[in-house]
Design a protein around this ligand. Structure first.
Ligand code: SF4
Length: 382
């Protein structure tokens, strides 16, 4: 385990951020790396619980107490091996995961939990820096060919697992570059795209083939896939927009997050000449939706130079601490303030939009909203 008395002596520490002023100037990641000593100290806080709830809270079942211990003792290579045993791409999860492991950490019952996600990210970054993440092609090929449709996180992980099993894998991606939602949904300030490219290079060296601008069912026929491959794995993401079916939803100025974020990610990637630019520059922006996607739209709007950014959330404002009905180790619905929120936004809760108002030119000029109250029937969980 970590240091026996570590959790009593050492306080939780997480990565610091660059100033808001600096980070709004570009789309780069803005975390300030922790020193090795600080990371070891954080590993030392782990109690190596008999029943490690962190591990069951992690959807991947990451072997968290094991890698915490390796980090505490400075055994980074072993930590990387343990981490990769359950996690194909810790460089993505270490940046993007909401960290349910930390909400279920036993230390979190009465103290701040172990900073597991930061440790995870630093293990894999050390592994890349030291050259430990190298291609490991299978020793034996089965002769079977598998088509993987979609190159988002699930497509990439599926491809790596099938390739490791010895099958010949080809990944089909409808967009111009590999990564799916990682590339086109997540802004660069949370995940710089070189991080995806770095991993894809390893996958290619392992023997996986990627075919981009291959839209299965459109320019790539399903029959071809059926004829050319022994199996097909469907790993497409849910890019279907969730619109608000209310009056005025067609007005100029009402934009779907998936279109806004995708275009901006393409712009950051150097692509220009869009049919229509979707920009928040010099506009008063209202972001509807208080989740991660809404937060990404807030961060992007501020970087584009919006005049003001306001956020509407339909649910009531949660408490800062754990609500009584979501005790440890459950995931709590509590007030979360993201780095994007801290960059500038006015947040409103319990707001439902009933109508988008337009002028005679079809431009959005306002929103009609109501304040809502959530009433739960007896026995219903909030
Ligand atoms: S629950 Fe927390 S303290 Fe316990 S093993 Fe996991 S990370 Fe360590």
């Amino acid at each position: 385990m970590g240091k026996i008395t570590g959790f009593l002596e050492i306080e939780r520490q997480v990565e610091a951020y660059d100033t808001v002023e600096n980070r709004l100037k570009n789309y780069k990641e803005f975390t300030i790396p922790m020193k090795e000593k600080a990371l070891k100290d954080q590993g030392a806080r782990c109690m190596d619980c008999g029943v490690p709830f962190c591990q069951s809270g992690c959807p991947l079942g990451n072997l968290i107490p094991d890698f915490n211990d390796h980090v505490y003792k400075g055994r980074w290579k072993e930590a990387a091996k343990v981490l990769h045993a359950t996690n194909n791409f810790p460089e993505f999860t270490g940046r993007l995961c909401p960290a349910p492991c930390e909400e279920s950490c036993v230390l979190g019952i009465n103290e701040d939990p172990v900073s597991i996600e930061n440790i995870e990210k630093n293990i894999v970054e050390t592994a890349f820096k030291e050259g430990w993440v190298i291609a490991k092609p299978p020793k034996v090929r089965t002769g079977k060919k598998v088509a993987v449709v979609g190159s988002g996180p699930s497509g990439l992980a599926t491809a790596q697992q099938l390739n490791r099993a010895g099958h010949l894998v080809t990944v089909f991606e409808r967009d111009a570059k590999v990564g799916g939602l990682l590339r086109y949904g997540i802004p660069d300030f949370k995940l710089e795209k070189e991080i995806i490219a770095r991993r894809v290079r390893v996958l290619e060296e392992e023997g996986i083939q990627f075919k981009t601008e291959a839209y299965v069912g459109k320019n790539t026929s399903v029959e071809t896939l059926k004829n050319d491959f022994d199996a097909i794995a469907l790993c497409g993401g849910a890019t279907v927009r969730r619109g608000i079916p209310i009056k005025g939803a067609h007005l100029k100025g009402v934009v779907q997050a998936m279109d806004f974020l995708k275009q901006n990610n393409q712009r950051v990637d150097g692509i220009t000449g869009f049919k229509e630019d979707i920009l928040a520059t010099d506009k008063n922006v209202i972001v509807i939706g208080g989740g991660d996607t809404g937060s990404d739209c807030i961060g992007t709007s501020n970087r584009q130079g919006a005049k003001s950014v306001t956020n509407f959330e339909i649910l009531s404002k949660p408490s800062k601490g754990r609500p009584a009905h979501q005790p440890w180790p459950y995931w709590p619905m509590r007030l979360r303030t993201s780095s994007s929120h801290k960059e500038g936004v006015e947040r409103f809760f319990s707001i439902s939009t009933k109508e988008f108002l337009g002028n005679k030119n079809g431009d959005l000029i306002g929103l009609k909203t109501v304040e809502v109250e959530w009433i739960f029937k007896k026995g219903e969980r909030r």
